[in-house]
Write a protein that binds this ligand. Structure first.
Ligand code: SAH
Length: 402
Protein backbone atom coordinates (compact mmCIF):
# COMPACT_ATOMS: atom_id res chain seq x y z
CA UNK A 1 0.00 0.00 0.00
CA UNK A 2 2.67 2.54 1.00
CA UNK A 3 2.00 5.81 2.74
CA UNK A 4 -1.34 7.34 2.02
CA UNK A 5 -1.08 11.10 1.67
CA UNK A 6 -4.77 11.48 2.55
CA UNK A 7 -4.43 9.85 5.95
CA UNK A 8 -4.07 12.34 8.80
CA UNK A 9 -0.52 12.94 9.95
CA UNK A 10 0.75 13.29 13.49
CA UNK A 11 4.11 15.08 13.73
CA UNK A 12 5.94 14.29 16.94
CA UNK A 13 7.44 17.00 19.06
CA UNK A 14 11.23 16.80 18.69
CA UNK A 15 12.71 14.51 21.32
CA UNK A 16 9.66 12.22 21.44
CA UNK A 17 10.61 9.91 18.55
CA UNK A 18 12.60 7.36 20.51
CA UNK A 19 9.80 5.28 22.05
CA UNK A 20 8.05 5.10 18.67
CA UNK A 21 11.24 4.02 16.94
CA UNK A 22 11.65 1.35 19.61
CA UNK A 23 8.12 0.03 18.92
CA UNK A 24 6.43 1.20 22.07
CA UNK A 25 2.79 1.08 20.91
CA UNK A 26 1.59 4.34 22.53
CA UNK A 27 1.98 8.00 21.62
CA UNK A 28 1.05 10.19 24.58
CA UNK A 29 -0.65 13.54 24.07
CA UNK A 30 2.48 15.25 25.42
CA UNK A 31 4.38 14.07 22.34
CA UNK A 32 2.08 15.90 19.95
CA UNK A 33 3.82 18.45 17.76
CA UNK A 34 1.14 19.00 15.16
CA UNK A 35 -1.76 17.20 13.52
CA UNK A 36 -2.50 17.61 9.83
CA UNK A 37 -5.10 16.35 7.39
CA UNK A 38 -8.67 15.11 7.85
CA UNK A 39 -8.22 14.09 11.48
CA UNK A 40 -10.91 11.88 12.94
CA UNK A 41 -10.99 10.30 16.40
CA UNK A 42 -10.92 6.52 16.12
CA UNK A 43 -9.52 6.81 12.58
CA UNK A 44 -6.06 5.98 11.27
CA UNK A 45 -3.06 8.26 11.59
CA UNK A 46 0.48 8.30 10.17
CA UNK A 47 3.23 9.14 12.65
CA UNK A 48 6.08 11.39 11.48
CA UNK A 49 9.06 13.09 13.00
CA UNK A 50 8.90 16.86 12.86
CA UNK A 51 11.50 16.63 10.08
CA UNK A 52 9.00 14.61 7.99
CA UNK A 53 10.35 11.08 8.39
CA UNK A 54 7.59 8.44 8.50
CA UNK A 55 7.77 6.24 11.63
CA UNK A 56 4.61 4.26 12.17
CA UNK A 57 0.88 3.90 11.60
CA UNK A 58 -1.88 3.59 14.15
CA UNK A 59 -5.23 4.88 15.25
CA UNK A 60 -6.01 8.15 16.97
CA UNK A 61 -8.19 9.48 19.76
CA UNK A 62 -7.71 13.09 20.86
CA UNK A 63 -9.93 12.54 23.92
CA UNK A 64 -7.43 10.13 25.42
CA UNK A 65 -4.06 10.81 27.06
CA UNK A 66 -2.92 7.99 24.81
CA UNK A 67 -3.31 10.02 21.65
CA UNK A 68 -2.39 7.21 19.26
CA UNK A 69 -1.98 3.45 19.50
CA UNK A 70 0.40 2.04 16.95
CA UNK A 71 -0.41 -0.89 14.72
CA UNK A 72 2.54 -1.18 12.33
CA UNK A 73 6.05 0.10 11.74
CA UNK A 74 6.09 -1.19 8.16
CA UNK A 75 5.22 1.57 5.67
CA UNK A 76 3.92 -1.07 3.24
CA UNK A 77 1.49 -2.61 5.72
CA UNK A 78 -1.97 -1.13 5.29
CA UNK A 79 -4.64 -1.33 7.98
CA UNK A 80 -7.47 -3.26 6.41
CA UNK A 81 -9.37 -6.51 7.02
CA UNK A 82 -6.31 -8.47 5.88
CA UNK A 83 -4.20 -6.73 8.53
CA UNK A 84 -6.56 -7.69 11.35
CA UNK A 85 -6.74 -11.23 9.96
CA UNK A 86 -2.93 -11.57 10.04
CA UNK A 87 -2.73 -10.29 13.61
CA UNK A 88 -5.50 -12.60 14.80
CA UNK A 89 -3.82 -15.50 13.03
CA UNK A 90 -0.55 -14.71 14.76
CA UNK A 91 -2.25 -14.54 18.17
CA UNK A 92 -3.95 -17.85 17.51
CA UNK A 93 -0.71 -19.46 16.35
CA UNK A 94 0.99 -18.32 19.57
CA UNK A 95 -1.78 -19.87 21.69
CA UNK A 96 -1.82 -23.11 19.70
CA UNK A 97 1.91 -23.47 20.33
CA UNK A 98 1.19 -23.43 24.07
CA UNK A 99 -1.04 -26.52 23.75
CA UNK A 100 -3.44 -24.92 26.17
CA UNK A 101 -6.16 -27.41 25.28
CA UNK A 102 -4.30 -29.99 27.34
CA UNK A 103 -4.68 -27.83 30.45
CA UNK A 104 -7.83 -25.82 30.08
CA UNK A 105 -10.93 -25.00 28.10
CA UNK A 106 -10.59 -21.29 28.93
CA UNK A 107 -7.76 -19.00 27.92
CA UNK A 108 -6.87 -15.60 26.48
CA UNK A 109 -6.72 -15.61 22.70
CA UNK A 110 -5.84 -11.94 22.25
CA UNK A 111 -4.01 -9.82 24.82
CA UNK A 112 -4.27 -6.37 23.27
CA UNK A 113 -0.98 -4.47 22.76
CA UNK A 114 0.99 -7.63 23.58
CA UNK A 115 -0.47 -9.30 20.50
CA UNK A 116 -0.11 -6.23 18.29
CA UNK A 117 -3.85 -5.60 18.64
CA UNK A 118 -4.02 -2.52 20.91
CA UNK A 119 -7.29 -2.15 22.79
CA UNK A 120 -8.61 -5.63 22.01
CA UNK A 121 -9.08 -8.53 24.42
CA UNK A 122 -10.56 -11.86 23.35
CA UNK A 123 -11.00 -14.73 25.78
CA UNK A 124 -12.19 -18.19 24.92
CA UNK A 125 -14.44 -20.16 27.28
CA UNK A 126 -15.22 -23.50 25.66
CA UNK A 127 -17.17 -22.63 22.53
CA UNK A 128 -17.89 -19.03 23.54
CA UNK A 129 -15.71 -16.01 22.87
CA UNK A 130 -15.77 -12.94 25.09
CA UNK A 131 -14.61 -9.72 23.46
CA UNK A 132 -13.52 -6.56 25.23
CA UNK A 133 -13.09 -3.41 23.17
CA UNK A 134 -11.14 -0.84 25.17
CA UNK A 135 -10.67 1.94 22.61
CA UNK A 136 -12.49 3.99 20.00
CA UNK A 137 -10.07 2.70 17.38
CA UNK A 138 -11.05 -0.91 18.06
CA UNK A 139 -14.71 0.06 18.28
CA UNK A 140 -14.48 1.09 14.61
CA UNK A 141 -13.14 -2.30 13.57
CA UNK A 142 -15.38 -4.36 15.82
CA UNK A 143 -17.66 -5.64 13.03
CA UNK A 144 -14.62 -6.76 11.01
CA UNK A 145 -13.06 -8.41 14.06
CA UNK A 146 -16.29 -10.22 14.97
CA UNK A 147 -16.61 -11.51 11.41
CA UNK A 148 -13.00 -12.79 11.44
CA UNK A 149 -13.42 -14.42 14.86
CA UNK A 150 -16.56 -16.18 13.63
CA UNK A 151 -14.74 -17.36 10.54
CA UNK A 152 -11.68 -18.63 12.50
CA UNK A 153 -13.33 -20.29 15.45
CA UNK A 154 -16.96 -20.88 14.52
CA UNK A 155 -17.96 -20.16 18.13
CA UNK A 156 -21.40 -20.83 19.54
CA UNK A 157 -21.49 -17.16 20.41
CA UNK A 158 -19.40 -14.01 20.74
CA UNK A 159 -20.35 -11.89 23.72
CA UNK A 160 -19.11 -8.41 24.48
CA UNK A 161 -17.92 -7.46 27.98
CA UNK A 162 -16.82 -3.88 27.40
CA UNK A 163 -18.04 -2.86 30.86
CA UNK A 164 -14.71 -1.42 31.97
CA UNK A 165 -13.88 2.02 33.36
CA UNK A 166 -10.98 2.66 30.96
CA UNK A 167 -13.50 3.16 28.14
CA UNK A 168 -14.52 6.42 29.78
CA UNK A 169 -11.09 7.85 28.96
CA UNK A 170 -11.84 7.09 25.32
CA UNK A 171 -15.25 8.78 25.51
CA UNK A 172 -17.01 5.42 25.25
CA UNK A 173 -19.90 4.16 27.37
CA UNK A 174 -19.77 0.65 28.84
CA UNK A 175 -21.37 -2.01 26.66
CA UNK A 176 -22.31 -5.65 27.09
CA UNK A 177 -24.27 -7.90 24.77
CA UNK A 178 -24.31 -10.50 22.06
CA UNK A 179 -22.11 -9.73 19.05
CA UNK A 180 -22.76 -12.96 17.17
CA UNK A 181 -24.55 -16.26 17.67
CA UNK A 182 -26.03 -17.21 21.03
CA UNK A 183 -25.80 -15.47 24.39
CA UNK A 184 -23.83 -17.55 26.88
CA UNK A 185 -25.98 -19.39 29.45
CA UNK A 186 -26.01 -18.20 33.09
CA UNK A 187 -23.21 -20.57 33.82
CA UNK A 188 -20.51 -22.07 31.66
CA UNK A 189 -18.58 -25.03 33.00
CA UNK A 190 -14.86 -24.83 32.27
CA UNK A 191 -12.10 -27.28 32.99
CA UNK A 192 -8.70 -26.08 34.25
CA UNK A 193 -5.91 -28.51 35.11
CA UNK A 194 -8.56 -31.16 35.68
CA UNK A 195 -10.65 -29.00 38.01
CA UNK A 196 -14.17 -27.88 37.14
CA UNK A 197 -15.42 -24.33 37.53
CA UNK A 198 -18.69 -22.60 36.86
CA UNK A 199 -18.12 -19.21 35.25
CA UNK A 200 -20.63 -16.41 34.85
CA UNK A 201 -19.52 -14.89 31.56
CA UNK A 202 -22.15 -12.17 31.51
CA UNK A 203 -21.78 -10.84 35.05
CA UNK A 204 -18.52 -12.20 36.49
CA UNK A 205 -15.41 -10.09 37.05
CA UNK A 206 -13.21 -9.31 34.04
CA UNK A 207 -14.51 -11.70 31.38
CA UNK A 208 -15.67 -14.17 34.05
CA UNK A 209 -12.56 -15.86 35.41
CA UNK A 210 -9.01 -14.89 36.38
CA UNK A 211 -7.33 -16.73 33.54
CA UNK A 212 -4.02 -14.98 34.21
CA UNK A 213 -3.64 -16.94 37.48
CA UNK A 214 -3.92 -20.40 35.89
CA UNK A 215 -0.24 -21.33 36.20
CA UNK A 216 0.05 -19.73 39.62
CA UNK A 217 -2.84 -21.78 40.97
CA UNK A 218 -0.95 -24.86 39.86
CA UNK A 219 2.31 -23.66 41.40
CA UNK A 220 0.57 -22.72 44.65
CA UNK A 221 -1.00 -26.18 44.91
CA UNK A 222 2.46 -27.72 45.09
CA UNK A 223 2.93 -26.12 48.53
CA UNK A 224 -0.49 -26.90 49.96
CA UNK A 225 -0.52 -30.68 50.34
CA UNK A 226 -0.94 -31.69 53.93
CA UNK A 227 -1.99 -28.20 55.00
CA UNK A 228 -4.48 -28.37 57.87
CA UNK A 229 -6.03 -25.02 57.06
CA UNK A 230 -5.47 -22.58 54.18
CA UNK A 231 -6.65 -18.98 54.19
CA UNK A 232 -7.72 -17.88 50.71
CA UNK A 233 -8.11 -14.11 50.93
CA UNK A 234 -9.74 -12.32 47.96
CA UNK A 235 -11.06 -15.71 46.92
CA UNK A 236 -13.47 -14.63 44.17
CA UNK A 237 -15.17 -17.87 42.98
CA UNK A 238 -12.82 -20.17 44.85
CA UNK A 239 -10.33 -21.15 42.17
CA UNK A 240 -7.34 -21.31 44.56
CA UNK A 241 -9.56 -23.08 47.12
CA UNK A 242 -10.35 -25.92 44.72
CA UNK A 243 -6.68 -26.33 43.80
CA UNK A 244 -5.76 -26.34 47.51
CA UNK A 245 -8.30 -29.01 48.43
CA UNK A 246 -7.39 -31.12 45.41
CA UNK A 247 -3.73 -30.84 46.43
CA UNK A 248 -4.58 -32.36 49.80
CA UNK A 249 -5.27 -29.39 52.06
CA UNK A 250 -7.77 -30.34 54.75
CA UNK A 251 -9.77 -27.13 54.88
CA UNK A 252 -9.93 -23.71 53.20
CA UNK A 253 -11.26 -20.41 54.50
CA UNK A 254 -12.36 -18.08 51.70
CA UNK A 255 -12.64 -14.35 52.30
CA UNK A 256 -14.26 -11.94 49.84
CA UNK A 257 -16.48 -8.86 49.92
CA UNK A 258 -18.69 -10.28 47.20
CA UNK A 259 -21.51 -12.55 48.41
CA UNK A 260 -22.15 -13.73 44.83
CA UNK A 261 -18.51 -14.67 44.35
CA UNK A 262 -18.53 -16.63 47.61
CA UNK A 263 -21.76 -18.41 46.68
CA UNK A 264 -20.18 -19.52 43.42
CA UNK A 265 -17.02 -20.51 45.33
CA UNK A 266 -19.14 -22.82 47.49
CA UNK A 267 -20.67 -24.36 44.38
CA UNK A 268 -17.29 -24.79 42.73
CA UNK A 269 -15.90 -26.53 45.79
CA UNK A 270 -18.87 -28.92 45.84
CA UNK A 271 -18.64 -29.41 42.11
CA UNK A 272 -15.13 -30.79 42.58
CA UNK A 273 -16.32 -33.30 45.13
CA UNK A 274 -15.51 -31.60 48.45
CA UNK A 275 -18.07 -31.42 51.23
CA UNK A 276 -19.21 -28.54 53.41
CA UNK A 277 -16.76 -29.59 56.14
CA UNK A 278 -13.86 -28.72 53.86
CA UNK A 279 -14.42 -24.96 53.66
CA UNK A 280 -15.72 -21.85 55.32
CA UNK A 281 -16.78 -18.64 53.58
CA UNK A 282 -16.35 -15.29 55.28
CA UNK A 283 -17.99 -12.32 53.60
CA UNK A 284 -16.16 -9.15 54.50
CA UNK A 285 -13.28 -6.77 53.96
CA UNK A 286 -10.08 -8.81 54.04
CA UNK A 287 -8.23 -5.97 55.79
CA UNK A 288 -10.63 -6.34 58.72
CA UNK A 289 -11.29 -10.07 58.55
CA UNK A 290 -7.57 -10.91 58.71
CA UNK A 291 -7.18 -8.74 61.80
CA UNK A 292 -10.19 -10.40 63.36
CA UNK A 293 -8.85 -13.90 62.64
CA UNK A 294 -5.56 -12.93 64.24
CA UNK A 295 -7.31 -11.60 67.33
CA UNK A 296 -9.25 -14.86 67.59
CA UNK A 297 -5.96 -16.74 67.63
CA UNK A 298 -6.55 -18.51 64.30
CA UNK A 299 -3.38 -19.53 62.46
CA UNK A 300 -2.92 -21.09 59.01
CA UNK A 301 -0.47 -23.37 57.25
CA UNK A 302 -0.80 -21.20 54.17
CA UNK A 303 -2.25 -17.82 53.33
CA UNK A 304 -3.09 -16.84 49.76
CA UNK A 305 -3.48 -13.14 48.99
CA UNK A 306 -4.82 -12.20 45.58
CA UNK A 307 -6.20 -8.69 46.01
CA UNK A 308 -7.68 -6.58 43.22
CA UNK A 309 -5.63 -3.86 41.57
CA UNK A 310 -4.77 -1.17 44.16
CA UNK A 311 -2.78 1.23 41.94
CA UNK A 312 -4.55 2.79 38.96
CA UNK A 313 -2.36 5.87 38.57
CA UNK A 314 1.15 6.92 39.51
CA UNK A 315 -0.42 9.44 41.91
CA UNK A 316 -1.94 6.60 43.95
CA UNK A 317 1.17 4.44 44.06
CA UNK A 318 2.10 5.44 47.62
CA UNK A 319 -1.35 4.66 48.92
CA UNK A 320 -1.42 1.38 47.01
CA UNK A 321 1.96 0.40 48.44
CA UNK A 322 0.63 1.04 51.95
CA UNK A 323 -2.36 -1.19 51.15
CA UNK A 324 -0.14 -4.01 49.90
CA UNK A 325 2.11 -3.67 52.90
CA UNK A 326 -0.75 -3.76 55.38
CA UNK A 327 -2.49 -6.78 53.87
CA UNK A 328 0.79 -8.69 53.63
CA UNK A 329 1.59 -7.79 57.23
CA UNK A 330 -1.81 -9.11 58.35
CA UNK A 331 -1.29 -12.28 56.31
CA UNK A 332 2.22 -12.93 57.64
CA UNK A 333 0.99 -12.74 61.23
CA UNK A 334 -1.50 -15.51 60.44
CA UNK A 335 1.01 -17.98 58.99
CA UNK A 336 2.26 -20.52 61.49
CA UNK A 337 6.08 -20.90 61.54
CA UNK A 338 7.14 -23.02 58.58
CA UNK A 339 3.95 -22.25 56.67
CA UNK A 340 3.72 -20.43 53.33
CA UNK A 341 2.57 -17.07 52.10
CA UNK A 342 1.40 -16.93 48.49
CA UNK A 343 1.00 -13.27 47.63
CA UNK A 344 0.16 -11.36 44.46
CA UNK A 345 -0.14 -7.90 43.02
CA UNK A 346 -1.86 -7.24 39.70
CA UNK A 347 -1.03 -3.52 39.67
CA UNK A 348 1.15 -2.87 36.64
CA UNK A 349 2.54 0.22 38.36
CA UNK A 350 3.99 -1.93 41.14
CA UNK A 351 7.14 -3.52 39.68
CA UNK A 352 8.24 -6.98 40.83
CA UNK A 353 11.16 -5.29 42.63
CA UNK A 354 8.88 -2.86 44.43
CA UNK A 355 6.50 -5.66 45.35
CA UNK A 356 9.31 -7.66 46.88
CA UNK A 357 10.39 -4.60 48.87
CA UNK A 358 6.84 -4.14 50.14
CA UNK A 359 6.66 -7.76 51.30
CA UNK A 360 10.08 -7.31 52.90
CA UNK A 361 8.82 -4.27 54.82
CA UNK A 362 5.72 -6.22 55.90
CA UNK A 363 7.87 -9.13 57.11
CA UNK A 364 10.08 -6.72 59.02
CA UNK A 365 7.07 -5.20 60.79
CA UNK A 366 5.59 -8.62 61.47
CA UNK A 367 8.92 -9.75 62.90
CA UNK A 368 8.94 -12.77 60.58
CA UNK A 369 11.66 -14.28 58.43
CA UNK A 370 10.65 -15.12 54.84
CA UNK A 371 12.41 -17.31 52.30
CA UNK A 372 11.29 -16.80 48.71
CA UNK A 373 10.62 -20.17 47.10
CA UNK A 374 9.17 -18.98 43.80
CA UNK A 375 8.58 -15.81 41.85
CA UNK A 376 5.46 -15.84 39.75
CA UNK A 377 4.14 -13.90 36.78
CA UNK A 378 1.13 -14.04 34.47
CA UNK A 379 0.13 -17.12 32.47
CA UNK A 380 1.74 -17.35 28.99
CA UNK A 381 -1.54 -16.67 27.19
CA UNK A 382 -1.03 -13.14 28.64
CA UNK A 383 2.40 -12.55 27.07
CA UNK A 384 4.61 -9.63 28.05
CA UNK A 385 5.68 -7.67 24.99
CA UNK A 386 9.29 -6.64 25.35
CA UNK A 387 8.69 -3.22 23.79
CA UNK A 388 5.69 -2.68 26.06
CA UNK A 389 6.75 -3.17 29.68
CA UNK A 390 3.27 -2.02 30.77
CA UNK A 391 2.01 -5.46 29.73
CA UNK A 392 3.84 -7.03 32.68
CA UNK A 393 1.30 -6.53 35.44
CA UNK A 394 0.88 -9.67 37.52
CA UNK A 395 3.55 -10.71 39.97
CA UNK A 396 3.58 -13.07 42.89
CA UNK A 397 5.82 -14.57 45.52
CA UNK A 398 5.66 -17.88 47.29
CA UNK A 399 7.53 -17.62 50.54
CA UNK A 400 8.16 -19.84 53.51
CA UNK A 401 7.50 -17.95 56.70
CA UNK A 402 9.37 -18.53 59.96
N1 SAH B 1 -7.96 -15.38 43.43
C1 SAH B 1 -9.12 -15.22 42.60
C2 SAH B 1 -9.24 -13.85 42.00
C3 SAH B 1 -9.30 -12.71 43.00
S1 SAH B 1 -9.88 -11.22 42.33
C4 SAH B 1 -9.11 -16.30 41.51
O1 SAH B 1 -8.08 -16.96 41.32
O2 SAH B 1 -10.13 -16.48 40.86
C5 SAH B 1 -10.04 -10.19 43.69
C6 SAH B 1 -11.25 -10.45 44.58
O3 SAH B 1 -11.15 -9.59 45.70
C7 SAH B 1 -12.61 -10.17 43.98
O4 SAH B 1 -13.41 -11.32 44.08
C8 SAH B 1 -13.21 -9.04 44.84
O5 SAH B 1 -14.61 -9.22 45.08
C9 SAH B 1 -12.45 -9.20 46.10
N2 SAH B 1 -12.26 -8.00 46.93
C10 SAH B 1 -12.04 -6.73 46.56
N3 SAH B 1 -11.79 -5.94 47.63
C11 SAH B 1 -11.86 -6.75 48.71
C12 SAH B 1 -11.67 -6.54 50.11
N4 SAH B 1 -11.37 -5.34 50.59
N5 SAH B 1 -11.79 -7.59 50.92
C13 SAH B 1 -12.09 -8.82 50.46
N6 SAH B 1 -12.27 -9.07 49.14
C14 SAH B 1 -12.15 -8.06 48.29
Amino acid sequence: MGIDRDTPRLYLKPGHERPVRRHHPWVFSGALGRLEGPVEDGGLVEIYTMAGEWLARGYLNRRSQILARLLTWDPEEGIDAAFWRRRLERAWEARRALRLEEQTTAYRLVFAESDGLPGLIVDRYNDFLILQSLTLGIERWKPTLVRLLEEFFGPRGIYERSDVDVREKEGLPPRCGVLAGEAPPDRVLILEHGHRFYVDLRRGHKTGFYLDQRENRRRAAAYLWGAEEVLNAFSYTGAFAVYALAAGARRVVNVDTSAEALALAAENIRLNGFGADRFENIEGDAFEVLRQLYAEGRRFDAVILDPPKFAYAQAHLQRAARGYKDINLQALRLVRPGGVLITFSCSGLVSPELFQKIVFAAAEDAGREVQILEKLSQAPDHPIRLTFPESEYLKGLIGRVW
